[in-house]
Design a protein around this ligand. Structure first.
Ligand SMILES: Cc1ncc(COP(=O)(O)O)c(C=O)c1O
Length: 463
């Protein structure tokens, strides 16, 4: 489309206005005020694996939004389905009533879920999904007369959301510290799988030890991500999840897989639990269920657990929200899951994961600032050091500088939107839309090479 001068002026004015309105009125999430005021960008369109700001700069969406734009941007078919649903039935609550898209989405998710996980409860985000699982676990134990069970065991550096229940389960100190007096005291954190080996499974043993130390009759659930994001792409050793299953069964503790990132194809399966050979009691999900075309989250529980609650004197799971099971969000979820299935995106991830990994390993070989690459599927963390050849770690000043904005700026300059992560180490996290093909993966590797070169030069200058 050719733009004439009038159009360009109009577009420019709209961009300036959005920028000013955002700066003056829109509060950003997890962003420093100074960065927002001085370096605020406005993204206003997207297609496939690329997004564009109001200055027409192109960026590769290397984090799939926030691990959620799984089918890529700009799907007119999803938009059409949302519009149709709005005309047919924009909203009616799932309190005592069902609606067809919520029912169809629940049936599809139950069909894709491992084992006998067949009961789906919808909310609007990952944090609410975790909150729902916490309250569901408590309701389940109460239904069996196990009223002392209220404690949750999770892992260091894990992230399970921002609401106060989920934040209590989270194991990232800097997110928790400001709210410490407000957090629930029933959570315990044990070592994660970083550095674990299949022979020892020390991190699984840490969970069993904690259950025994606390008294199994007080422990309600274990929460863990199949591949943990915090501390960078922690893939568990062989046998870890089956061992967690064994431990939880032994002590009557519920096993919850927090698959808010992991589900819907990130690891080439509908649910990562399937890849790790486990049927948890509850799975939480969000993000990729709609590829972020609508906000939606939820949890899936084993049928027997729901029956236990329904057959108890309480008779109901005491939790809910206005928009849970929203017809438009669930209609989009159905469209998204059908597209994933019919377009073979899970197989695409499995076919391409080795090549993706090889590109990142190649960068580790050529760049002295990368000491490790961890991950699986379409999800990787690259750990950064001052010099991997001499084994020199980053100094505190270097770490503070890189994590305080330098890496972020290098990513923006290279047009690659990925996450500089500081949870337990200095890392770059890469996790593109699942539709990324080999051209996009090459483009990611090319842009990463620029970021790593700039990082190396910056480290040399700031020695
Ligand atoms: C494993 C996990 N659980 C929960 C959440 C919280 O999800 P949301 O940001 O949608 O509330 C996240 C978010 O990234 C997550 O990664």
């Amino acid at each position: 489309m050719t733009m004439v001068r009038g159009d360009i002026n109009e577009a420019g004015q709209a961009a300036t206005k959005a920028h000013e309105q955002a700066r003056d009125h829109l509060m950003p999430h997890f962003t420093k005020g100074a960065a927002w005021r001085n370096n605020l960008g406005v993204i206003n369109r997207a297609h496939g694996c690329y997004v564009y700001d109001t200055d027409n700069n192109e960026y590769l969406d290397g984090l799939a939004g926030l691990f959620c734009t799984n089918m890529g941007h700009g799907r007119a078919d999803f938009a059409a389905i949302a519009a149709e649903q709005m005309e047919q039935l924009a909203f009616y609550p799932t309190w005592g009533w069902a609606n067809p898209p919520a029912a169809e989405a629940a049936a599809m998710i139950a069909d894709f879920a491992p084992g006998d996980l067949s009961e789906v409860f919808f909310v609007n985000s990952g944090s609410e999904a975790v909150e729902s699982a916490l309250k569901f676990a408590r309701n389940y134990h109460l239904s069996r007369g196990d009223s002392a069970r209220h404690k949750v065991i999770s892992r260091e550096w894990s992230y399970h959301g921002t609401t106060l229940g989920g934040l209590s389960v989270t194991g990232v100190p800097k997110f928790k510290e400001p709210f410490a007096p407000m957090l629930w005291e029933g959570t315990r954190h044990v070592r994660n799988t970083f550095g674990d080996t299949a022979d020892e499974l020390a991190s699984a043993k840490a969970i069993e030890d904690m259950i025994l130390a606390e008294g199994p009759e007080t422990v309600m659930a274990v929460f863990a991500e199949p591949v943990q994001n915090g501390r960078g792409g922690l893939v568990p050793p062989e046998g870890y999840w089956p061992e967690l299953r064994r431990i939880c069964d032994k002590y009557g503790v519920l096993l919850v897989a927090d698959e808010v990132i992991c589900a819907f194809g990130r690891f080439g399966h509908w649910f990562a639990s399937e890849r790790f050979g486990v049927v948890p009691d509850i799975i939480t999900f969000a993000k990729g269920v709609t590829s972020a075309y609508q906000p939606l989250g939820g949890m899936i529980a084993r049928q027997g657990l729901v029956e236990s609650i329904w057959e108890s004197p309480a008779g109901a799971y005491m939790h809910g929200s206005t928009f849970g099971g929203h017809p438009v969000a669930t209609a989009v979820a159905v469209a998204n899951m059908k597209a994933m299935r019919d377009e073979g995106v899970l197989q695409h991830v499995l076919d391409n994961e080795a090549g993706f990994r090889a590109r990142l390993d190649g960068l580790m070989t050529t760049s002295p600032v990368v000491s490790d690459v961890r991950g699986l599927g379409y999800f990787y963390a690259m750990e950064l050091v001052a010099d991997s050849e001499t084994g020199t770690e980053l100094s505190d000043t270097q770490r503070a500088g890189l994590q305080g904005g330098v890496l972020n700026q290098f990513c923006r300059d290279a047009g690659l939107l990925i996450r500089p992560d500081d949870r337990g180490a200095t890392m770059l996290v890469v996790s593109p839309p699942l539709v990324a093909d080999s051209d996009v993966l090459d483009d990611i590797a090319g842009r990463l090479a620029i970021i790593l070169d700039n990082t190396k030069e910056w480290i040399a200058r700031n020695n």
